[in-house]
Structures are given as structure tokens and as C-alpha cells.
Design a binder for this molecule. Structure first.
Ligand SMILES: [Zn+2]
Length: 276
């Protein structure tokens, strides 16, 4: 069956990983320096790659004050997800004053420092009852303690698992995502620290789904010396398959997220890697 649209990698044999992302970010209205800070290149590097890919560069400076930079809905979305104004600014390549302006114009009330991000009941149920995560694991992602999550579960009316049957009725082989206990299989010997670092460097040390930097990851997820760096995810969920095209950098939160809809994510990342 012939493809309708040729894949970019055929048209541009020298396409580097991340090029499509650079184009997407630039065309969403970001300036080159903002794109550069997201993908971990210099501004000149971004300009070169856009030029090589045949993208018409906009005149410099004209778009800096444009609403297209850090669009209001995107800022509001990230803020509701629990990011601070400064984290949003870092993510979108702008300053935190701009972020506060957007929030004010959207009529969003600022959180107090001690207020935690809201976790919806659906998300809580998905993580706890369907994915079989522990309260501690969920808490780590959202900045709560395990006890805090237990309180939320109670408030949401979600039945707690007994400690002795950790995986619950949707856990283990009863879960449609069950892959024969691969979680407890040892990772391949090839999955070394060196290889993981190589992948992180290739991916600009950023989560390839939400763009979280290593610095931000450390700030949000570091617990007892763990979670400092972004995770390296096996695209086809086979932990023995350590080919570089099967590995991708993800933050802890996105790594949790890709445990659902595995078919979708596998396809998504394969396309991103140009091996679909
Ligand atoms: Zn992420």
C-alpha cells in the first residue's frame, strides 16, 4: 500500500532526531532562541537547521511581543497542571512576568505557595486502581506524601487495596496491559548507565513528550537521590530491546502516562523516531 504523504526522513536523508520538533515549535510562533532553549541547541544552530529544512524564517524581533509566544490557553493548562509561573516561563522560553500577565488576563487566581496541584478523581483512579501504583509512587509525581494521596483516595471514595495484595483486582495478569511480568524481569545487561546517558544526550536532556529539562526534573522528582535525571523509556515496552531507536528520554510523569494506551504511544514514538 502506497503512503499518501512521504515521511520526512525520506525527503531529507540528513534529518536529525528532533528536527520535526524544531519545525513544529518554530511554526507554533516561538522565536529561534526560545526553540533553542527547549531543544538544547544554540540559536544559530536552530536557525541553521530550519534553513536547511527549507523553513522560511520570520523577520527577527517582530514576534517577540506576539500572543503566540506562550499562548494563554497553554499557560493556563500548564498552571492548572501544577507548574509554577517560573517553571512555565522556562518551559515556553519566556519570562515569568509574561506568564503572570497571561494568567491575569485569563482571570486565573494565583495559587498560594503551599497549595498543591489538583489531581482529578479519574486520574487518581487510573493510576491507583488501574495501573496499580502505590500511594507513594503517585505522590512523588504530584508532589504529595503517600499519606496525602491516601487522604485523597478516601475523599474520592476509591477503595484502598489491602497491603498484602498490592496489585489489586486490575493488577498483574488481570490487567489488559499485562505483558507476562516484564516489570520484574531484569533489564537487559545492555541497558547500562552509559547507554542511558547517550540517549539523554541525543534527546537534548529533555523529556521528548513535555519538554521537561533535567534541572526541572531534579527539582520536581528527586527523592532520596533518585529521580534526578529523566527516565529512558523502551518504546516497544520490551526491556531487553536496547537498540537506540527503541529508547527515548521521558520525564517521570510522562513515563507513567505512557503506561496507558500502549499501542498508541508505541506508534507515536516509532513515528517520532522515523521507524514506523
Ligand atoms: Zn515529560
Amino acid at each position: 500500500m502506497a503512503r499518501q504523504t512521504p515521511r520526512l526522513s525520506y525527503t531529507f536523508p540528513d534529518l536529525l532526531p528532533g528536527d520535526t520538533e524544531i519545525v513544529r515549535l518554530y511554526e507554533s510562533g516561538l522565536v529561534c532562541s526560545a526553540v533553542a532553549s527547549i531543544v538544547g541547541l544554540t540559536r544559530g544552530g536552530v536557525e541553521n537547521r530550519l534553513h536547511r529544512l527549507g523553513v522560511q524564517l520570520r523577520p527577527r524581533g517582530k514576534f517577540a511581543r506576539n500572543e503566540k509566544i506562550a499562548p494563554r490557553e497553554q499557560v493556563v493548562g500548564l498552571y492548572k497542571e501544577g507548574l509554577t509561573a517560573r517553571q512555565i516561563a522556562e518551559r515556553l522560553g519566556t519570562n515569568h512576568r509574561t506568564v503572570l500577565n497571561r494568567l491575569e488576563k485569563a482571570g486565573i487566581e494565583r495559587r498560594q505557595r503551599w497549595e498543591k496541584p489538583v489531581i482529578s478523581v479519574g486520574e487518581l483512579r487510573a493510576l491507583y486502581a488501574v495501573a496499580g501504583q502505590t500511594c507513594k509512587e503517585i505522590g512523588k509525581v504530584y508532589g504529595y506524601t503517600g499519606a496525602g494521596i491516601r487522604t485523597l483516595l478516601e475523599a474520592a471514595g476509591i477503595t484502598r487495596r489491602r497491603a498484602t495484595r498490592r496489585l489489586g483486582m486490575w493488577g498483574g495478569s488481570r490487567n489488559p496491559n499485562w505483558k507476562g511480568g516484564t516489570r520484574y524481569f531484569p533489564y537487559s545487561e545492555k541497558f547500562t548507565t552509559t547507554l542511558k546517558e547517550k540517549i539523554r544526550v541525543r534527546d537534548g536532556r529533555k523529556c521528548q513528550l513535555c519538554g521537561m529539562t533535567e534541572r526541572e526534573h531534579k527539582r520536581r522528582f528527586k527523592i532520596h537521590g533518585k529521580g534526578v535525571r529523566n527516565a529512558v523509556h523502551h518504546i516497544n515496552y520490551d526491556k531487553q530491546d536496547c537498540r537506540e531507536e527503541n529508547l527515548i528520554t521521558l520525564c517521570h510523569k510522562c513515563n507513567v502516562r505512557v503506561n496507558f494506551n500502549r499501542e498508541h504511544w508505541q506508534q507515536f514514538f516509532k513515528q517520532k523516531m522515523g521507524v514506523a
